[in-house]
Design a protein around this ligand. Structure first.
Ligand code: HEM
Length: 118
């Protein structure tokens, strides 16, 4: 069943758009955009997490769902660690940019998978 979770989806989109803005404008980082980027990321993760946890508690869980849940958990750890390092390191480390991009892809794919599964 497709469940459209508008608020977490909008926040994820806002995080992606501000991420691309940061990428385009480069250093020094635009502080208001960077702040929106971080706050919308935290809010999107919390709201999506609540949906996933309440679904897991409902008892309707399929073993298949453990795969995107695990992938997204790893992706969230990687994105927050790389994001924090990118926010403070001057110049930004290319390896951290690559980790931030790969974990972005993991999170977006998992989010779409959640929409299809939950
Ligand atoms: C769902 C969570 C997140 C998503 C989807 C996301 C996505 C993105 C994307 C697509 C970019 C542009 C990538 C690039 O530079 O090539 C970006 C850049 C950036 N993000 Fe995030 N991000 C997230 C969370 C965070 C968090 C939590 C932080 C900080 C703690 C953060 C800090 C940054 C910084 C500093 C940049 C600019 C990197 C640079 O170009 O130097 N991000 N993000």
């Amino acid at each position: 069943m497709v469940t459209i979770s508008i608020l977490p989806g909008t926040l994820l989109l806002l995080t992606l758009l501000t991420g691309f803005w940061l990428y385009k404008t480069g250093r020094p980082l635009n502080i208001p955009i960077n702040t929106i980027h971080k706050l919308s990321a935290v809010a999107a993760v919390i709201l999506t997490g609540r949906i996933v946890v309440s679904h897991l508690q409902s008892g309707k869980t399929m073993i298949l769902e453990a795969i995107p849940v695990t992938i997204v958990a790893i992706g969230i750890i990687l994105i927050f660690v790389s994001g924090a390092i990118l926010s403070s390191s001057k110049p930004p480390k290319q390896a951290m940019k690559t980790i931030h991009r790969i974990s972005t892809a993991l999170i977006v794919i998992s989010f779409i998978t959640f929409q299809l599964l939950f």
